[in-house]
Design a protein around this ligand. Structure first.
Ligand SMILES: [Zn+2]
Length: 293
């Protein structure tokens, strides 16, 4: 199967709504590619090169001919901020507390006809994202990065803008005759960064084939599961229970906000009110300022 055929098949499968494992807390922000404008900036552009398909680098879509893997995250507000919560069920076939809640809500809707249950279930259910391996032309020294972007059921997502480039220009990921892509950014009416358009540049080499960079990039086998790691199960369970998880230093685990343990010093004298810090030690959250679905 050619690259184009493989992508076309993947794209068609997903258009019809057909939905389709290790954790590490070492997070290296240089591995994320994010489409985001700085505060106060209203437009800009980024130039990327999507890496050619490679066998073994996609933990989900095993076909080695497509440059896009697929993963699932729940996309919910936690403590007032949009968060992508790793779905253990869709990504690893394990139990996921948020999928359990989703199923319960759908079940309740079926039994009672309560539309609110259905709406809530739609909010809770895992959402599909695509993940591409790429080089950020402005940050080549970072090596291969991962770009995660949502599947858009209306056909208005990033992949919907990239597919026509494959169709018209051929395999844009080819290391010798492929093309860089320029992503034009703007803001939507809610001030979120949005992709205005994606253009294919003239054919060019990925990099000098004899350079150390070429060797490093081509031999890179890091998976997105190493980068977008799963949040601790207790954290996900708390969200499924309708709680806001906060990190409790004394217990060294996440607990529901409001259930924090007393610190030892508070027995001696009343403490000034302190907001409990969410953990930055066990995993790091990306800033989420892109548009919700
Ligand atoms: Zn799930």
């Amino acid at each position: 199967m050619s690259v184009l055929d493989a992508i076309a098949k993947q794209y068609e499968n997903n258009k019809t709504g057909n939905s389709t494992s290790t954790t590490s807390y070492e997070q290296d922000f240089s591995k994320y590619f994010a489409v985001r404008l700085e505060d106060g900036v209203n437009d800009g552009e980024m130039t990327i090169r999507i890496m050619p398909p490679k066998s073994g680098v996609h933990p989900q879509i095993k076909e080695s001919e497509t440059p896009f893997d697929e993963g699932h995250w729940h996309y919910l507000k936690v403590g007032g901020k949009w968060r992508k919560i790793y779905c253990r069920k869709h990504n690893d076939g394990e139990d996921c507390p948020l999928c359990t809640v989703t199923d319960e809500l759908y079940q309740s809707w079926k039994e009672t006809g309560n539309k609110e249950d259905k709406e809530l279930a739609n909010q809770y259910k895992a959402k599909k994202f695509y993940i591409a391996r790429l080089i950020d032309r402005q940050k080549e020294d970072d090596g291969i990065k991962f770009w995660r972007f949502p599947h858009n059921y209306k056909g208005e997502g990033a992949l919907d803008k990239i597919i026509p480039l494959f169709t018209k220009k051929g395999d844009i990921t080819d290391p010798r005759e492929g093309r860089d892509l320029t992503i034009i950014l703007g803001r939507d009416n809610k001030n979120f960064t949005k992709i205005t358009s994606i253009m294919a540049e003239d054919p060019s080499v990925l990099t000098d084939p004899k350079s150390p960079k070429a060797k490093e990039w081509i031999s890179d086998t890091m998976s997105w599961k190493d980068v977008y790691s799963a949040q601790p199960l207790e954290y996900v369970q708390l969200i499924a229970d309708g709680e806001t998880p906060v990190w409790d230093k004394n217990l060294s685990k996440f607990i529901a906000k409001g259930d924090e343990t007393e610190s030892e010093t508070s027995f001696k004298q009343p403490q000034p009110e302190k907001t409990t810090k969410t953990a930055t030690t066990s995993f790091v959250e990306e800033d989420e300022d892109e548009a919700p679905f």
